[in-house]
Every structure is written in C-alpha cells, then in structure tokens.
Design a protein around this ligand. Structure first.
Ligand SMILES: [Fe+2]
Length: 272
C-alpha cells in the first residue's frame, strides 16, 4: 500500500487492486465505478481497437471525511478522484472520456474545474470550440491547451473549455478534482468526434507524441503550458488542495462564480 500524501486525507493506493483504500472509517464516497475499454469505444484514435476488458479508469464521487461534510455542503463543491490505469490502447495512452460543462444557470459561461495530480503524470487537454453542442459538421477548434501535470501540481480548466485527462506516465495515475455540485457534463459532441481534438501516443522511448484528431476543424495549433501556482485560484505546488480548501473554503467560491477569477485562470495558461 502506498500512502497518497497529496490526497489531504489518509487514503492509500493498493497496487494489487489498483484501488483507493481509505485508512479509516470516517472517509466515505458517494459512488464508485470502473470504466473498461469497451466503454471507450468510439472515443479512441484507433477505431478498430476491439479488446473490451482493458481497465481504463475508476471514478470515486464526492469523497468526504465525516467532519468535513458540512463544509462541502455549505460551499456547493465536490471533491472527486479518478484513477487512470497505466497503459495504452492501440498505442494511445489511456484517458478519460472527455466532456464539456453545461452553462451556469443565468450566465453565458460554464463552471470551471480545479484538478490536482496526486500520483503519476497527467496530460490535460483543454479545448475551446465554436459550438460545443454542434450536431452537424465538425466543431471548429479555436483554442487547444495541453498541460503536463506532475504529482503535487494543479490546473484549472477555464469556463467553456472541454477537457480530458490522459495518463502519459509509466504508472497508474491518481488525480482529484474540486468542482461545483451544480455542474453537469455534456459528452455527446466529443463522442461524435471520436474523442477530444488531440490524442497522445506512447513513443518508443516512453515519452508521448500528440496527434490532432482529423474529425475537428482546426483554426489554431495546440499550445503547451506548464502548471503555475496561483493565490487567486488557490493553487500551491505540493500542498493538497483538499487541505487548502478546508483552511479557506471561500477562496474556491470562484468554482461556482467564476467571473472574479477568469483573468487569473487564463494567466495560468500562457503559452510556453
Ligand atoms: Fe469536468
């Protein structure tokens, strides 16, 4: 068992089962599910990939310690975790399905989302398109940001950016997210385009290479950014976001009301 210090609460990772194991009875989660490769058909670069039982990722919804439940309820935020199993399918690194967030009621923008990597190495793909609910023809990519995030580092997905997370490391990767309880996901358009606008493939030396998804219409080239600390967004390298949140929950109010933090979010995503 490996202690996951960045989790902020006593949770261990079991290499054998590839599962999160709470270290005491005060830790609970609302739901758990595992996704296999069959559930990723239609989202992979290799449309001919037909192995159905390759484990992809586990999702643990709304993880709380008994004594922190009230803080989450009063702030309308949720702390979830995703575990992406190590490996590839058809040479493409394992990833989450990818989605957009629906708009905030009464506003023209969607909810942002804060992610922190707990173990391993992730590549976050963030894409802004002309119409995330387009039903005919290709979505036009107006901005695509790729951020490599190591354990202890964080990234904030700005409003209106579709996103997925790819495990580009040589080990199972664990990450957490802090998001509004009111945010709902929209998957259909990403599915109709066979995934997000960029795929990551493993190279012979263990690195990764990016390939653009030809089903999208690109008005820009992918750009790379690196994770940065941000007092406005409550990001500090190697400090568990869960602990920072408990210390000062108001700091994360922007996840429900993003306007005051939008400038800070984009300043985190400057091109390298
Ligand atoms: Fe999301």
């Amino acid at each position: 068992m490996n202690e996951l210090k960045m989790f902020g609460m006593p949770i261990q990772f079991c290499e054998e089962s590839q599962k999160l194991v709470p270290a005491n009875d005060n830790i609970h989660y609302e739901d758990y599910s595992r996704k296999y490769s069959k559930g990723m058909f239609g989202l992979l670069a290799d449309a001919t990939y037909n192995i159905e039982d390759n484990p992809y990722y586990d999702f643990y919804k709304a993880i709380v310690e008994d004594d922190t439940k009230g803080i989450f309820q009063s702030t309308d935020l949720r702390y979830d975790s995703t575990v992406i199993i190590e490996g590839t399918a058809g040479g493409e690194f394992k990833k989450t399905a990818g989605h957009f967030h629906m708009p905030i009621p009464g506003q023209s923008v969607s909810y942002p989302e804060l992610y922190q990597v707990i173990k391993g190495t992730a590549l976050f793909v963030m894409q802004k398109v002309d119409d995330y609910r387009k039903e005919d023809g290709s979505m036009q990519v107006q901005d695509v940001i790729l951020t490599k995030v190591e354990a202890g580092e964080s990234v904030v997905i700005p409003p209106d950016y579709g996103h997925c997370t790819i495990n580009i490391g040589a080990e199972t990767m664990v990450f957490v997210n802090l998001v509004s309880c009111h945010s709902t996901n929209y998957y259909d358009s990403v599915k109709r385009h066979a995934g997000m606008c960029c795929y990551a493939f493993r190279t012979p030396d263990g690195g990764f290479r990016i390939e653009k998804n030809p089903r999208y219409d690109f008005a820009c080239e992918p750009r790379l950014t690196t994770p940065t600390d941000s007092p406005v967004c409550g990001l500090e390298k190697n400090v568990p976001v869960y602990r920072s949140f408990l210390q000062d929950p108001k700091k994360y109010a922007y996840l429900n009301d993003p306007a005051p933090a939008v400038e800070a979010m984009f300043s985190l995503l400057k091109t390298l």
